[in-house]
Design a protein. Structure first.
Lengths: 361, 240
């Protein structure tokens, strides 16, 4: 039996108290007035009743004056100092400088360039530059920065990182994942051109293995991530033998040497070689968590049969684990914590594995 | 006519109670549907540029936004500025709201993003969490001891929460204090549900282990065995 932590009980009491804490008082009327003013409107004011004599002339004059005053006093529709932020807000082309702090961008932020290029810097991580008349939006921030190129050209310089994939550019269903390299992605009408100036990038379809592209090579792929050009002989001679260490995965390394560039999955699940070790670790973790978080003994036995769907990201970490039927909350929480520590082999697009687990104690 | 229910007395036959309760349930359901439709209508009018609709949207959600901002920042210094900033962003981005998620989820996401960006840009400023929260009485009369002790507890708790990493702190506040489900939090922070649950697990564990770091909170954890609570899933008994 697993006793509940005394500290956890004290924490629950604090949480209950914190929930009841009152928010400090705010002058809502003043805030509403300021807000309305900033978005460029005037508050409604009631009209005064006048007599029917001279009034029409004065009323007309008053109307003209008030409209004029309104037009003079009205500010810009958008406060010039406000930096747009939000899931789908658009960051307008900055005039000067054409430099954006990437760490300040929110998920979904759209960056567009006009006549000048725009540089987005994620300090200590990566710098990507939108060429003129280009647009991209941010799909992920933090340890892995992911950008979707909506239009034009992006050039990226990525700081070398121990992580397998720290910067990703997506174009439709094509995914370019890099670490420690400099590369350029051009979105054309119905294809994507990738040129590597330094290091290695992995190129392929989203969710499936791809191929490696080493500097100074380039490749053209369609929007499904399938290569459509033929590498030059010089480029082929630069590729090491199949026994060389893979940059993304063994499957990708092998595919880089194929004369035909049709992509083939590693096995029926598209799992990279060595993934079974991680799945075994996952199963063992589930068993351990069940054992540590359930009551048994005597004539009481606990049996759990559940279908596990494991989605592993390209960086080898578990992105999602779904159990049907679901595990008990405490067992599930234990499993979640254990999965954070399990690493799978890296792959261009990750993979999904299914297992039926029957666990008992 | 079971619509005529003059008073609730035990003398009414059970069938009238059933009719009344089902009538009440359907009325509440209809009221809920009406409220949801009104909310969608308000957003639509706001997207069409209605100033009155925007003002109403502000009035409907300002307390929720202020509460979340206050909990995420742990102080009241920038509360009004941040709340105003959130609604400015609502005004700018409302046209992009496609209705594929609840408006409240979208608003929560906007609020979280505004606060996080504010914190990142203010990193060079002194840590404000250590200051006393703005729960100060307007008058100079001394507070009752219990109220003082509670303020100290809440200040200390806020300090601990703000020692968590940004990601753990965000999901902790959204789940434990705001009461949101992990699935909704996943949409707000843009992470898988598994990741949200893992962060919650570690956040709670970390906070529980830090309680003794704060003198105002150490007394909450009893010494000795204390009470034990068994946690177990539903199990079936098998005959041996």
């Amino acid at each position: 039996m697993k006793p509940r932590d005394r500290n956890a009980s004290a924490l629950d009491r604090l949480i209950a108290e914190a929930r009841d804490e009152k928010t400090p008082a705010v002058n809502w009327d003043a805030m509403e007035a300021a807000l309305v003013k900033r978005v460029g409107e005037t508050p409604n004011t009631p009209a005064r009743r006048r007599g029917t004599g001279v009034p029409l002339l004065f009323a007309a004059a008053a109307l003209v004056l008030s409209v004029g005053a309104f037009l003079l006093l009205r500010g810009p529709a958008v406060h010039p100092d406000v930096a747009p932020v939000g899931p789908v807000s658009e960051i307008p082309t900055p005039r000067l400088p054409h430099h954006i702090d990437g760490d300040a961008l929110a998920l979904g932020a759209v960056v567009t360039s006009g006549v000048d290029e725009v540089v987005v810097e994620h300090r200590g991580h990566a710098t990507w530059t939108l060429s003129p008349e280009s647009a991209a939006h941010v799909e992920s921030v933090g340890d892995i920065v992911a950008v979707a190129l909506d239009r034009g050209i992006v050039t990226a310089k990525v700081v070398k990182s121990p992580k397998p994939e720290s910067f990703i550019v997506r174009v439709e269903h094509t995914r370019i994942a890099v670490h420690g390299t400099r590369f350029r992605v051009v979105r054309l009408d119905s294809s994507v051109r990738v040129d590597v100036e330094e290091g290695v990038v992995g190129v392929g379809p989203v969710g499936k293995p791809g191929f490696d592209l080493r500097a100074p090579d380039g490749a053209t792929v369609n929007f499904e991530g399938i290569r459509t050009d033929i590498p030059t002989a010089a480029a082929q001679s630069r590729h090491p033998s199949a026994g060389a260490a893979p940059t993304i995965s063994a499957a990708n390394q092998a595919q880089a040497h194929q004369k035909s560039f049709d992509l083939a999955p590693a096995d029926e699940d598209g799992m990279p070689r060595g993934a079974q070790v991680g799945i075994d670790q996952t199963t063992n973790s589930v068993e351990t968590c069940l054992r540590e978080n359930t009551v048994s003994g005597g004539d009481l036995h606990v049996t759990v049969q559940t279908k596990m769907t494991l989605r592993v990201d390209g960086n080898g970490k578990v992105g999602e684990a779904v159990f049907a039927p679901p595990l008990a909350p405490n067992v599930g929480a234990c499993v979640d914590a254990a999965l954070e520590k399990i690493s799978f082999p890296h792959s261009a697009g990750g993979f999904v594995a299914y297992r039926v687990l029957e666990l008992s104690r | 006519m079971h619509g005529v229910v003059a008073s609730a007395t035990d003398s009414w036959p059970p069938m009238f109670w059933d009719a009344r309760s089902s009538f009440e349930r359907s009325r509440r359901a209809a009221a809920k549907i009406t409220r949801v439709d009104e909310a969608a209508d308000l957003v639509a009018r706001c997207q069409a540029g209605s100033a009155d609709a925007f003002r109403q949207l502000f009035r409907n959600h300002r307390e929720d936004v202020a509460r979340l901002v206050f909990r995420m920042t742990g102080n009241s210094t920038d509360l009004e500025d941040l709340v105003q900033e959130v609604f400015l962003q609502v005004h700018k981005s409302i046209a992009d709201f496609r209705g594929d998620a609840r408006f409240s989820t979208w608003l929560y996401r906007l609020t979280v993003n505004v606060v996080l960006m504010h914190r990142r840009s203010a990193k060079s400023r002194p840590q404000l969490v250590a200051e006393a929260l703005a729960i100060s009485p307007k008058d100079s009369r001394p507070l009752p001891d219990e109220q003082v002790a509670r303020q100290r507890r809440m200040n200390a708790f806020s300090r601990l929460v703000h020692r968590l990493s940004e990601k753990k702190r965000t999901v902790f506040i959204l789940h434990e204090l705001e009461g949101l489900a992990p699935s909704e939090i996943a949409k707000i922070v843009g992470a898988p549900v598994l990741t949200v649950r893992t962060r919650l697990f570690y956040a709670r564990r970390e906070l529980a282990s830090m309680l003794r770091d704060e003198p105002a909170l150490a007394g909450l954890v009893p010494e000795g065995d204390g009470n034990l609570e068994v946690v177990a899933p539903v199990a079936r008994r098998e005959s041996t």
